[in-house]
Design a protein around this ligand. Structure first.
Ligand code: SAH
Length: 226
């Protein structure tokens, strides 16, 4: 593809009928301040309706979070765009870790941009469904694992970027240790009193921390649910 995006042919074919709805969504994201052309192009191309239940498919291109079962949600498109933009701002990472696979949508967005995505999910059913989606859509550069992801995925470390898509009050040192020097870490940080989307980078022997604004994610929880 001329844009250099990694959209598998399977996914391209399945997204043809909903193109206009996605074009409108991308226009809205642009109006809300998403600037990165690569991110906008991915969101214009990837069929989000294939990551949710068919009963909700007609709402797939509204800019809202939607339920995906087990009290979890697929993130709002604006949030996915903003986090992706912030993750790739300093250069395209090659090897990315995501905590909280959920529907698999954020992982697929990343898989269109970067070489390898590793995604961990603590609810078995969601992990299994997401894995099926990656296979059906033809994404061969996403590894999905059913596990409590708080300690990362050391087998595939170091990562150029880590994205946490559930809110955490505490960032585990073992997780941060799996980041390559200069790597980017993004997570909603906070508890019931409010969350902030934080970006951390390890630069010249110290952590550089930026607050990217308010966030509203389901919590990062311990243990697994089979
Ligand atoms: N990125 C997802 C949105 C996920 S919602 C998407 O694009 O659809 C947050 C997800 O994080 C939920 O599925 C939840 O089960 C998962 N999660 C919460 N705590 C976790 C943990 N410790 N390890 C892995 N996944 C976790």
């Amino acid at each position: 593809m001329s844009s250099g995006l990694r959209l598998p042919l399977e996914a391209a074919g399945l997204g043809m009928t909903s193109q206009r709805a996605r074009d409108r969504l991308v226009e809205r994201l642009r109006e809300q301040g998403i600037r990165d052309a690569r991110v906008l192009e991915v969101m214009r191309t990837l069929p989000r309706h294939l990551f949710i239940d068919e009963a909700l498919a007609s709402r797939a291109y509204e800019d809202t979070a939607l339920p995906i079962g087990r009290s979890q949600t697929i993130s709002q498109p604006y949030v996915v765009a903003r986090m992706t933009e912030a993750l790739i701002e300093f250069g395209l990472p090659q090897n990315v870790l995501e905590l909280g696979t959920g529907s698999g949508y954020q992982a697929a967005v990343l898989a269109m941009l970067v070489k390898q995505v590793n995604s961990v999910e603590r609810i078995e059913e969601l992990s299994r469904t997401a894995r099926k989606r990656f296979r059906k859509l033809g994404f061969s550069n996403v590894r999905a694992r059913f596990e409590d992801g708080r300690l990362g995925w050391s087998e595939h470390a170091p990562f150029d970027a880590i994205i946490v898509t559930a809110a955490t009050e505490r960032v585990e040192p073992q997780l941060i240790a799996q980041l390559r020097p200069g790597g980017v870490f993004i997570a909603p940080v906070g508890g019931p009193d409010g969350q902030r989307l934080m970006r951390l980078r390890w630069i010249e022997d110290r952590w550089q921390q930026e607050d990217l604004g308010p966030a509203m994610f389901v919590p990062l929880l311990g243990g697994t649910l089979g």
